[in-house]
Design a protein around this ligand. Sequence first.
Ligand code: CP3
Length: 340
Amino acid sequence: MVFIDACFRKETPYTPIWMMRQAGRYLPEYMEVRNKAGDFLTLCKNPQWASEVTIQPIDILNVDAAILFSDILVIPLEMGMDLKFEKGEGPVFSDPIRTKEDIDRLYDYPEERLTYVYETIKLTRERLPKEKALIGFSGAPWTLATYMVEGSGSKTYAQIKKLIYTDPEFMHALMIKITEAVKAYLLKQIESGVNAVMVFDSWASALEKDMFFEFSWEYMKDIAEFIKLKHPDIPVILFPKGIPGYLDKIDGNFDVFGVDWGTPMELAKKHLGDRYVLQGNMEPCRLYNKEATKEGVEKIVETMGAKPGHIFNLGHGMLPDLPVENAKYLVDLVHTLTKR
Ligand code: CP3
């Protein structure tokens, strides 16, 4: 698989590309299945439908990897929390975690309840062409904790940060509980057939440097180490979003570092390019315009070269109103420009 070889810095015929949120509302084919399902969580819990939308971007865009269709929030959901996706508001938990009793009521083994995810993986791996990789994923403990404590997306993260500065022991107890669940969950995804795993720390940038390393990165490293010891042949991709100023301290046993669009590729290359394969990082909004897309691709390929050490991706997820045609153009352009 070109994508897996690239994760291990092996020679490949071209630089592989996939896109975060490549399965989603910008695809009419996705909307069709989504409407059949009725709502997003029902879609996630139905292996037939989830598998169908996982494969859509492979068929439509010719990307090199599919990413499991699910959501990072199925872990807190299966820990027993009450999750709803409100229209226009995003995810909401009606029962946020604020006290030790709240932590104790969280179920310890959510991975045992996530059987619909493993079914989706098995079905998808059976249906995918052999040369296309399937990526499994989880939210990072810190990002999951922000939703679990705040109860929804947040601008200030004041609730969870209040806990960090007033009751760090409480926060570590929560982080440990989530981390153990993530490890077991990713292991089950691998046993079900995914070829790589990625950990999304979308809200890494909410923390100042020391606190990021104490409350987020240590736990991400622990997860990566756990997976690499058990499955050295499975690439581990870590994506802490929005921390360009913290790159000098990044270390750990993993394979690929996900670079967001706010972190200049040259900077990521300088700090991490020798030790990790870099994945990223075109600003998704460039896809509104073909010329802007071309310019974005050329700049990144110029920086990373048409050689091992780079996987092309967006610097964050696809947006619901981006033109499919431009996404196809992007995939073709990366394949052509990086042909060896
Ligand atoms: O194609 C893929 O990338 C695979 C599927 C995937 C989804 N969410 C589907 C989804 C993945 C990998 C995620 C990860 C995810 N979910 C993250 C981390 C990545 C990132 O974007 O930073 C986060 C923070 C979430 C939490 C989440 N899920 C939010 C905030 C929202 C609402 C925002 C929105 O776009 O509406 C979701 C819903 C969600 N997850 C959708 C999809 C396709 C939209 C649901 C719909 O069809 O209405």
